[in-house]
Design a protein. Structure first.
Length: 63
């Protein structure tokens, strides 16, 4: 039987931070987080409706 262990938000953040430090080192982790959190530029609410709509078939047939 498959068991699923659900993590709390704080546990996920801790595990993610540890994984980033292990993979990138402390400086690399900091640079990644700067790159990932680019200060909230753009207008997500507007841009989400400007995305093209693709069917599953369209996505599977993309080259």
């Amino acid at each position: 039987m498959l068991r699923i262990h659900l993590l709390r938000g704080s546990e996920i953040r801790r595990a993610g931070t540890e994984a980033l430090v292990k993979a990138l080192g402390p400086l690399g982790m900091a640079r990644y987080l700067e790159e990932y959190d680019n200060g909230g530029t753009g207008d997500y609410t507007k841009e989400k409706y400007e995305q093209p709509e693709y069917s599953i078939e369209d996505i599977l047939n993309m080259d």
